[in-house]
Structures are given as C-alpha cells and as structure tokens.
Write a protein that binds this ligand. Structure first.
Ligand code: LLP
Length: 390
C-alpha cells in the first residue's frame, strides 16, 4: 500500500524531499526474488536507478547482485557488502582507472562493449597477473518500443558490439590470454511495457547462443539486461510489477543449454514505486489562460519530465474530504527554464500556498539524476520508518 499517511506525518519537514517507502520496497524485492527463484534466474540490481544507501542495503540483503556502470558504482557496491562474485560492470566508456579498480576487486564479469575494450582489459589484466571474466554486450537490433532516449538495442545506438563485428571479436578473444569469455549480454532499453518485446529479444539471444556454440564457445551466462517497465499512470493499481509474467517470458522462450545461467539487470522495476518526491506549493498563479502551481521542487530534483517528456502522477497530499472544487493546473518548478514543468493541465483540488504535492513513481532515475543547477540545495530524503525512530 502507498504510504500517504506517513508522508503527511512528515509535513512539518522542510521540503522538497524524496520519501522512500521501505515496506513497499521490501514487498517488491520479495516478489521479484521469488519469481526469479522459480526459474533459478539471477538478478543484478542496476545501481544507476538509485544508489541511496538504505535502498541498496535492503537490495543487497534480499539476495540481489549489483550491476554497475562506473568504477564508483563498483566501489559503492563493494562498500554496501555485495559479494564481488555478484558484481558486474557494464558501460560503453570504462576508463583504465575504473577497469584496474574492478580487476583488483575480482568482480564477476565485465560486460564489454567494443573489440577495442577487449584489448584494453586484456592488457590491464595482464599487468595484474589476472584473467578477467567478460561477457560480450551485443547490440541485437531489437526495437524496445520505448522513448527513443532510453532505447539502447538498435543499430543506431552507441551501445554494444554489432553482430557484423562478432567474427572479429572472437578472433580477438582467441588471442587474449588474460580474458575468459563467460557469456553474452544484451540490454535493449528501459521502461518496456510490452512483454512481446522480450520475446523478440529471446529469439535473438537463442540465435547468438547457437552461433557461439557452433564456434566452440560454450557460454556459461546469458545476460538479458533489464528494462521491465512500471505503471506511471496508475501506480496504486500495480505497486508491485508483474515479475511472474516477466520472468515466465524468458522461461518459455529462452533456450538454455545445459548448465547455462540466466542473468537479469533490473533497475526501475525494483525501486520506482517506493519513491515519491514531496514538495510544497510556494505560489499559486491564476492566469487568464492558465493556472499555475509553483512548487519548491523542480527539474533539479526530478529531471525525467523535462528530459523525456515523462509522465508522473501528481497528487495533492493533504486533500480533505470537504474539498470539491477541482481545477486544472500547470504544475511547475522554480528553476529559470520554461521547460521546468512536472505536468500540464493536471486536475487537482483547488490549492493554496503551503499545500503538499506528491509526485509519484519517482524512486528510479529521480534522486540519482538530481543536479545543482541554479545552485540548488542538496536533495533531502526521508524513509517511511524514520517516523518511528524520531
Ligand atoms: N542494464 C543496462 C546495461 C542498462 O543500461 C540499464 C539502464 C539497465 C540495465 C537497467 O534498466 P531498467 O531495468 O532500469 O530499465 N534515465 C532513464 C533510464 C535510463 C536507463 C539506462 N540504462 C529514465 O529515467 O527513464
């Protein structure tokens, strides 16, 4: 259940802040873990979605691995307590320093995105007298049918090794003494709501799994990435995503060879619904054409609406039974940019200065993408169980 009452209990707090419902997070993690365990699937949590330490602690404790995209994320995962054998490191532009650090930590695998990167890792592993485990990230040219800014698996995207480059990649692998190929990796995009897209991905993975097998590479890992979407429009109708349905697509359509493990890298689906951005109305402007609610949170706290025209549900939190007058508002932030808008023509109860507004489904790619533009304050956050502690 979404913990609106808990947020009201924080209404004396300085706004804006992120509110994290830890009970909902736990419920989500348990559901994902149970659904994955049915098929013996391994899930690495994509830290980029949210690296708040309380969330990470819960995720680590629940038995997930860590999917990292920078040396600092690898470091964070190690500090939180993820086992090195449960850490993977992806990213199209890993620096030498980051690779060296990950090698010293003996992480499970590097998801390698180019032939040149193979050579670099081989050299750096040789310097440390180690053998690096790698999975090749392959661009499968599968359309994720999501926003073009968060589509990653098409030929026009910068990610992964194209299929035509694979012969060169395996030639290079045969020469690299300090690399062990353990698998293939895919990630086609984010906020994918049509499960058929994952069926198409499975078809591609099967094809490539056979291709490697025919060339004498028996892969240990098939890593199919993340991307499962969440319901931004009706969050209360599906606070916990349909993990059973999601994993069963892969159970039904992925052809595992004996002994092969299947790995996932979920981010958004695990943490979106447990996070909300809580803000206060600073000013109400009633214009001739428009009514504006000007909030104390803006694009600096939650960038998604501005960057991807993303929809987030906006609610008046301290709404009382007696309020009946509803108005359309453009809900905007205080930042000096016209695009600093959370939603246009949002139907809300007639609001006043001081009212609390909550922007839902903000746990993923919210706090982590905050910026200091306009020299804004550091973003604050509170947890659902803080009230019991204070
Ligand atoms: N694995 C790789 C290689 C990725 O690039 C990503 C996300 C994930 C896993 C996790 O994907 P998820 O399960 O969260 O969809 N800032 C954007 C989303 C960017 C996603 C980047 N990659 C947004 O706010 O929508």
């Amino acid at each position: 259940m979404f913990d609106a009452q808990r947020i009201v209990a924080f209404s004396q707090q300085e706004t804006p802040f992120y509110f994290y419902d830890l009970a909902l997070l736990q419920q989500t993690l348990d559901a994902a873990k149970q659904a994955a365990d049915i098929h013996n699937f391994h899930v690495h949590y994509a830290l980029k979605a949210n690296f708040n330490h309380r969330l990470l602690n819960a995720i680590c404790k629940a038995g997930f691995g860590a999917d990292c995209v920078s040396g600092n994320e690898v470091k964070k995962a190690v500090e939180i307590g993820f086992r090195s054998t449960d850490i993977v490191f992806a990213g199209v532009g890993k620096s030498d320093r980051e690779i060296k650090y990950a090698l010293t930590q003996d992480i499970f695998s590097f998801n390698v995105e180019s032939v040149q990167e193979l050579l670099v890792i081989d050299g750096l592993a040789a310097d440390q007298g180690k053998k690096a485990r790698v999975a090749l990230r392959i661009n499968p040219n599968v359309d994720a049918q999501t926003h073009h800014y968060i589509t990653t698996g098409l030929d026009e995207n910068k990610f992964g090794i194209a299929q035509w480059e694979l012969p060169e990649a395996i030639e290079t692998l045969r020469q690299c003494q300090h690399i062990e190929l353990i698998g293939i990796h895919f990630h086609i995009g984010s906020q994918i709501t049509d499960l058929n897209v994952f069926k198409s991905l499975c078809v591609k993975v099967n094809e490539l799994n056979n291709w490697f097998d025919e060339r004498g590479f028996r892969l240990r890992v098939l890593n199919v990435g993340g991307g499962l979407g969440v319901d931004y429009h009706q969050p209360d109708a599906s606070l916990v995503p349909d993990f059973l349905g999601y994993f069963s697509v892969f159970a039904n359509f992925l052809e595992r060879k004996p002994g092969q493990e299947v790995h996932f890298e979920l981010g958004r689906a695990l943490v979106s619904q447990c996070g909300s951005l809580v803000s206060r109305v600073l000013y109400v402007k009633n214009g001739i054409k428009k009514n504006f609610l000007i909030l104390d949170a803006g694009m600096t706290e939650l960038m998604r609406p501005v960057l991807y025209q993303a929809y987030h549900r906006i609610e008046r939190l301290d709404q009382t039974e007696s309020e009946t007058e509803m108005l359309h508002y453009d809900v905007v932030g205080p930042i000096c940019e016209s695009s600093d808008c959370f939603g246009k023509e949002v139907l809300l109860p007639k609001s006043e200065r001081g009212d609390l507004i909550v922007i839902r489904t903000a746990g993923a790619y919210g706090e982590v993408m905050a910026s200091h533009y306009n020299l804004r304050n550091e973003i604050r956050y509170v947890y659902s169980d803080d009230i019991q502690q204070s």
